[in-house]
Ligand binder design. Structure first.
Ligand code: GSH
Length: 235
């Protein structure tokens, strides 16, 4: 039987721990024969988009996963097979989780970057949701090119600076957005700000501390390696 002792979960996912679980004693028993490594399959498009925060968490944790990237041409036939019809989804040993932030939060909890206490976790979630509120206002799927351009310009010029100022204030002189160590809120800031800068590079001209934070995230060895090796896509 698989061991679910808390301190074994991460090592098991990494394939570093072989253990089983005694129903008699409730303790884990280091053994090899019962060991099975979870299989993770991420399904998304060939974009950073809403899949990238999940890829960051896999990169940071070192857990192996299948990074399945759907071709646009295949999407209409794949969509009906996906629960709720949207991606990203993450399959873990046959269980499917949908919603990018639910997936990311799960991986963050499993890998110790969700915040150290319930209060920190609430603050991390609040920052992620605040950034996500803005990213979700951008009309990604708008068909009318002129309307899309106009709304993007308006949001990036008139709304984004206020958000960045608020984040700068929240961060203050701290190294990380929440607590004493990196959390997935820092990852989400890096992922989303990369997209924002690709749309409007002069956003970097003010609010210096949040851009220092971005460089701090990108300097984490596992994240730096992922950025270097990931497929190059526009978004
Ligand atoms: N809130 C969802 C949004 C999911 C979503 O809208 N996904 C888009 C791609 S970013 C999608 O599947 N679009 C294709 C479609 O709706 O047919 C999440 O964060 O996962």
């Amino acid at each position: 039987m698989k061991c679910f002792a808390e301190n074994c979960l991460r090592e098991r996912a990494l394939g570093q721990r072989n253990c089983s679980f005694s129903l008699k004693t409730g303790l884990h028993i280091p053994e090899t024969e019962s060991f099975t490594m979870s299989h993770y399959k991420l399904t998304y498009f060939n974009l950073r988009g809403r899949g990238e925060i999940i890829r960051y968490l896999f990169a940071y944790s070192g857990i192996k996963y299948e990074d399945y990237r759907i071709e646009w041409a295949d999407w209409s036939s794949i969509k009906p097979t996906i629960p709720f019809g949207k991606v990203p989804i993450l399959e873990i040993d046959g269980v499917i989780i949908h919603q990018s932030l639910a997936i990311a939060r799960y991986l963050a909890k499993e890998n110790g970057v969700a915040g150290k206490t319930p209060l920190e976790q609430a603050l991390v979630d609040a920052i992620v949701d605040t950034i996500d509120d803005f990213m979700s206002m951008l009309p990604w799927a708008e068909k009318d090119h002129d309307v899309k351009q106009r709304v993007f310009d308006d949001l990036l010029t008139n709304t984004a600076p206020g958000l960045l100022q608020d984040l700068e204030k929240f961060l203050g002189n701290k190294n990380w957005l929440v607590g004493e160590s990196v959390t997935w809120a820092d990852f989400y800031w890096d992922v989303c700000s990369t997209t924002l800068l690709s749309l409007k590079s002069d956003l970097e001209d003010s609010n210096p501390n949040i851009w220092v934070l971005k460089r701090r995230v990108q300097a984490l060895p596992a994240i730096a390696a992922w950025i270097q090796q990931r497929p190059k896509t526009i978004l």
